[in-house]
Design a protein around this ligand. Structure first.
Ligand code: 13P
Length: 347
């Protein structure tokens, strides 16, 4: 195992006041997001959009790493620079989504498992050579009637453990991402109960597979009320439940926990992150690894048109800077209220 590479990557990803930009949408996902805004999902549009994100001036101040999709890690900027080289030149660590999406778990209607282990060892070696230094693998756990089942939780945990061990073998830091979906009318208590069970099982599998806990990062959601639950828990309750769940399940040897946004809109995600970050004496560093909650305003501002690049970059920098403040517990509504081109906290 390239232990030194792994240790330095972990430190760089978890640099204080910074977080990750998840820009690893698969073809169907980016296609869906573009379509909602009337943007054609062509290879050139995807390339141009990701280039505008990565070249936004000031991005490295609050973004330590970017999660790329397979297509993007092989693309070049308009000036001919390979995307991972561009990121590395900015001091941003390139990472890569290596799972191949989810599929129905046989005999368990409505539940899913994640594909992508076949040939993974070879793909990881190639990604390392292309410049990636960390990997991400997402498992999806739904909450519903009789769900999740123990079989679904265990299957995904076992797959996650193999992914993580193979990544470390290749010198890549695995980001283990069990996503407990917000969809449904479940209570925040139920979300906490399911998240606790999933994280316990995941760490048991990781340990059984001899994954180096110091060389991995956990990515998961905040503990929230289901999107359709009539009682929506407030910011303080979310923060308290999230920290309690992590303290009960995530070993102190794990260096960091990063949040997905999972369908929360941008400002509430930042507000909750800010509150969570105020918790004292945590054994892990906590930060963001948002996709939608960082990108939505930027994608909307861009709308597929080159003339809107500056406005889109301004919107991204604003969100990144707000989240950079939130991981220090220093985010305020005043910072949020500044014009998109402003840089909160940096007069
Ligand atoms: P969201 O923040 O949009 O949930 O995306 C993060 C991610 O990486 C999902 O796998």
């Amino acid at each position: 195992m390239k232990t030194n590479t792994i240790a330095s990557t972990v430190q760089a990803i978890l640099a204080p006041g910074k977080g990750l930009l998840a820009a690893d949408e698969s073809f169907p996902t980016i296609g869906k997001r573009f379509k909602e805004l009337g943007i054609d999902s062509t290879e050139e549009n995807r390339r141009a959009y990701r280039e505008l994100l990565f070249t936004a001036k000031g991005l490295p101040r609050s973004i330590s790493g970017v999660i790329l999709f397979d297509e993007t890690i092989r693309q070049r900027t308009g000036k001919g620079v390979a995307m991972p080289d561009l990121l590395a030149s900015l001091g941003i660590i390139p990472g890569i989504k290596v799972d191949a999406g989810t599929e129905a778990l046989p005999a368990f209607g409505g539940e899913k498992f994640t594909l992508g282990l076949d040939g993974l060892r070879e793909r990881l070696a190639e990604y390392f050579a292309l410049g990636a230094r960390f990997t991400k693998w997402r498992a999806v756990i739904a909450i519903g009637k009789g769900m999740p089942t123990a079989a679904c939780i265990r299957t995904n945990a076992r797959i996650h453990a193999l992914f993580a061990a193979l990544s470390q073998e290749a010198g890549l830091v695995p980001i283990v991402e069990p996503e407990i979906l917000m969809d449904g009318n479940h209570t925040i208590e139920r979300c906490e109960e399911v998240s606790t069970a999933v994280l316990r099982c995941t760490f048991e599998a990781l340990c059984e597979q001899r994954v180096l806990l110091e060389g991995m990062i956990l990515k998961t959601g905040m503990i929230l009320s289901g999107a359709d639950c009539p009682r929506q828990a407030g910011v303080a309750e979310v923060a308290e439940a999230t920290i309690r769940c992590f303290r009960r399940t995530v070993p102190a040897a794990v260096p960091g926990i990063v949040f997905l946004s999972g369908g929360q809109s941008d400002v509430p995600a930042t507000e909750r992150l800010n509150e969570i970050s105020k918790a004292p004496d945590l054994p892990w560093r906590i930060t963001f690894s948002f996709g939608r909650a960082l990108q939505d305003p930027a994608m909307k501002a861009w709308g597929g048109s080159a003339k809107n690049v500056a406005a889109a970059q301004g919107a991204l920098i604003h969100r990144a800077a707000c989240n950079g403040l939130a991981v220090r517990g220093a985010y305020t509504s005043k910072a949020e209220g500044r014009a998109p081109h402003g840089e909160p906290g940096r007069p």
